[in-house]
Write a protein of this length. Structure first.
Length: 184
């Protein structure tokens, strides 16, 4: 049995087809960030949880196509999350096609877990962004909330697209750590 706790996200995703436990570690690392993303954009913790589940199932289903690059793996997952959200808005409901295709059961959660998700959505984004250096906070806000491309972020922040990408990457890594600390 391999220990995946010290592996990078890229290593986890590369190992997933051979070692499904690697994706478990990836999921644990990024679940809170994805839940916050959805909770800030939906009407309830239930919907946020369903969308997050669909996002991770889609990510698992396409993990063989994942290509490590300059963006952190969480950006890949948030890209999938954006598509899941847009699909659900277009349909007027949360899609569960990927979950059904992979035979993943719905997860039952209690009121305490739903309150934790609500608390993440209430506290995280703005208060946690305030804990980042201003250049990183501005870059993350532009990329995640406004969904701007790196070229536009670079123009706005008067830096190159590569520097903008790095600021987003560092900011998201810090936010992930802060979210995990808050949820403990």
């Amino acid at each position: 049995m391999r220990d995946f706790q010290n592996a990078t996200d890229d290593e986890l995703l590369k190992a997933t087809p051979r070692h499904p436990r690697a994706f478990d570690e990836f999921y644990v690392r990024h679940e809170a960030v994805v839940l916050v993303y959805f909770r800030r954009r939906t009407e309830s913790a239930d919907v946020a949880l369903d969308l997050a589940a669909e996002t991770f199932v889609r990510a698992l289903g396409s993990v063989r196509r994942y290509k490590p690059g300059r963006e952190p793996a969480i950006a890949w997952v948030l890209g999938i999350a954006r598509h899941v959200l847009l699909d659900s808005l277009r349909r007027g409901r949360v899609a569960d096609k990927a979950r059904a295709r992979m035979h993943v059961a719905l997860v039952a959660v209690d009121d305490e877990e739903l309150e934790r998700i609500d608390a993440l959505g209430r506290s995280s984004s703005l208060s946690l962004l305030a804990k980042l250096p201003s250049d990183q906070a501005a870059a993350v806000r532009a990329r995640v909330f406004e969904e701007l491309p790196y070229e536009a972020i670079g123009t706005r922040l008067k830096c190159s697209p590569l520097v903008a990408r790095k600021r987003v990457s560092r900011g998201l890594a810090t936010l992930r750590t802060l979210v995990l600390e808050e949820s403990e």
